[in-house]
Write a protein that binds this ligand. Structure first.
Ligand code: F6R
Length: 607
């Protein structure tokens, strides 16, 4: 979603800002802009479209060693140059970039309009430079602080003052910001990706903190003025977004990387002899685990689907009641937070606003939330304090792939731990531990032998509708397959538990309708075969993801894609792979923007 970059130092700011924006492109955006500090005011350039378009338009930019830049993902107001950030005050001497949402913008716009301010955009952000101007009496930091007293909502913002070229003023409430501290310079960003190539020494701002950034360093204070000790951290060396490493797209690279990313998630965490797992970051003793009476996962999109697969495994193996919740719904339905429940907040980015808000509500009511997060040091990881890191490495493609398999892997490790503190025997524990340890090899085997993906793509690419079906552990996989195909190909899809098809969605089937059935061999196999017969009887085209060696099932399919045999609760980790490939190749065949599908953002930082 929206990206912020700021620079102050002795180098030319523009190349640093533009390179930073390029590194944030993966988050998704629809317009971009830059503001440079000049003695005669702010120099501003904004454009609709890509950072590459902005780069073309700033060729005549003046020299400057102070600047801010932004990629915008439209919320308030359409995708126009006027709505793109940075926004300036009426004098053109203050510029602001902002992520987040100002909830009381209507009242603030009315107040400022009554005072004579003429708004030039439809955005919530534009109130900020006007409010800051209203309070500016010499000290820029005080002006920002007093302006923020009016604001209700979330923000990560950077303010630039043409009359104070020695500072950038930065503030955070609910939207991440990091200040990278270099030698005589600082790079500010909403994501460490834009900082890491300049310095690994960073300060993460916390909510309701304000930082004054200059060439000589940074000082951080609370909104009430209390000065805070600097907490300088080192960004992980492997945080840097790798290049595509010869792949045409990040998504293709990330799909191919899964044997390695799952192996990293498992490393040091499987105890094959004891038939157990170790997740030290949870800081839960066996006694603590044994006391857990229910588990609730919270997440959005792909992370919600991973949570669903995890919840099913927890109930099946550990016999602990478990369910998955959609984070964006959770806190708004006044949830009951039971003290004996353990909540798991699942997030690749660790910045998803809906998940963050849900976990805040749980914590407020005294509930225990642990993170299952990929990005180290992200807001959700910090807010939880305890949890499991996925160690997938940076996921750049907007459509999540390797994060899903790592999330499910981490949840299965947790399931095994939980189950072993109950009545799961050593022998059965060893069987599950072995099954988990063998996943990287099974994933690699499938990716080397992906089967007739082309035939599946030919069946779905011109379809008006695609139905995904699965039973038990395969239903979350069906949901994930449908989400991927929607995102990548923009084809209407839906996913149903296969037994539910006859209660409605079967009406959608006619000759040639593609039905993708996720049906690895498990205890629901015979029921799945009956559902396949119902599909075939309507003349629909049946694409089956089945376990290698299940020839009877393969024979029923118009397109049969075999995945390696695995334990049933581990099956999502292999049966999702063909669905990722079908979505990728269908998107490619239709000429879609694979790594940045329309309207989507990698990190959804607004509710
Ligand atoms: C789908 C996708 C999204 C994310 C969702 C949650 O391909 O990427 O559905 O899964 O926005 O994001 P995180 O996991 O970062 O909280």
């Amino acid at each position: 979603m929206c990206g912020i970059v700021g620079y102050i130092g002795s180098r030319q700011a523009l190349p640093v800002l533009l390179e930073g924006l390029s590194r944030l492109e993966y988050r998704g955006y629809d317009s971009a802009g830059v503001a440079l500090g000049q003695a005669d005011g702010v120099w501003l350039q904004r454009t609709v479209g890509r950072v590459a378009d902005l780069k073309r338009e700033v060729r005549q930019a003046p020299a400057a060693s102070l600047g801010i830049a932004h990629t915008r993902w439209a919320t308030h107001g359409g995708v126009t140059v006027a709505n793109a950030h940075p926004h300036t005050d009426a004098t053109g001497r203050i510029a602001v970039v902002h992520n987040g949402i100002i909830e009381n913008m209507t009242a603030l716009r009315a107040m400022l309009t009554a005072e004579g301010v003429v708004f030039r955009s439809e955005t919530d952000t534009e109130v900020l430079p006007h409010l800051i101007r209203r309070h500016l009496q010499g000290d820029p930091v005080d002006a920002v602080r007093r302006a923020l007293e009016h604001i209700r909502g979330t923000y990560g913002l950077v303010a630039l003052f043409a009359d104070h070229p020695d500072v950038l003023v930065v503030a955070r409430n609910g939207s991440p910001l990091v200040v990278g501290m270099g030698d005589g310079e600082a790079v500010i960003a909403s994501d460490p990706q834009a900082v890491v190539e300049h310095t690994r020494r960073v300060v993460y701002l916390q909510d309701r903190e304000l930082a004054v950034v200059s060439t000589s360093g940074v000082d951080v204070r609370r909104f009430d003025g209390t000065m805070l000790d600097l907490n300088v951290e080192l960004i992980d060396a492997d945080y840097d977004v790798a290049n595509r490493e010869g792949f045409t797209h990040f998504m293709a690279k990330e799909i191919a990387e899964q044997p390695r990313s799952v192996r990293r998630c498992l490393r040091g965490r499987v105890d094959a002899d004891e038939g157990n797992a170790r997740l030290g970051g949870l800081q839960l003793s066996n006694r603590d685990l044994a006391a857990v009476q229910r588990v609730i996962t919270i997440g959005c999109g792909t992370s919600y689907h991973a949570g669903m697969a995890g919840a099913l495994a927890i109930e099946a193996l550990a016999r602990v009641p478990a369910r998955a919740e959609i984070a964006s719904e959770f806190r708004h339905r006044h949830p009951i937070i039971l003290r004996d429940a353990l909540f798991l907040a699942i997030s690749q980015s660790g910045e998803t606003a809906d998940t963050l808000a849900a976990l805040g509500e749980i914590q407020l009511k005294g509930g225990e939330v642990m993170g299952v997060v990929n990005v180290v040091g992200s807001t959700i990881a910090r807010a939880c304090g305890r949890g499991v890191y996925l160690h997938s490495g940076p996921e750049v493609a907007v459509a999540s792939t390797k994060a899903f398999t790592s999330q499910v892997t981490a949840l299965l490790l947790f399931t095994l731990m939980l189950a072993r503190t109950r009545d799961l025997s050593l022998t059965r524990g060893q069987e599950v531990a072995r099954a988990l340890a063998s996943v990287p090899e099974k994933v690699a085997h499938y990716l080397d032998h992906p089967g007739p993906i082309d035939a599946a793509v030919a069946a779905v690419k011109d379809a008006r509708y695609v139905l995904f079906l699965g039973r038990g552990f395969s239903f979350p996989v069906a949901l994930e397959g449908a989400l991927k195909l929607k995102e990548l190909a923009y084809i209407p899809c839906e996913a149903y538990p296969a037994g539910e098809m006859k209660h409605g969605p079967i009406a959608m089937l006619e000759a040639g309708t593609p039905v993708i059935f996720v049906a690895p061999t498990d205890d629901q196999r015979d029921k799945a075969i009956s559902n396949m017969m119902e599909v075939k009887a309507r003349g629909a085209t049946l694409i089956v993801i089945h376990t290698a060696g299940d020839d009877e099932m393969a024979a029923l399919a118009d397109v049969a894609i075999a995945v390696p045999p695995v334990l049933d609760l581990v099956s999502p980790l292999v049966s999702v792979l063909p669905l990722q490939l079908i979505a990728f190749h269908t998107g490619l065949a239709l000429g879609r923007d694979i790594d940045k599908p329309r309207n989507l953002a990698k990190s959804v930082t607004v509710e």
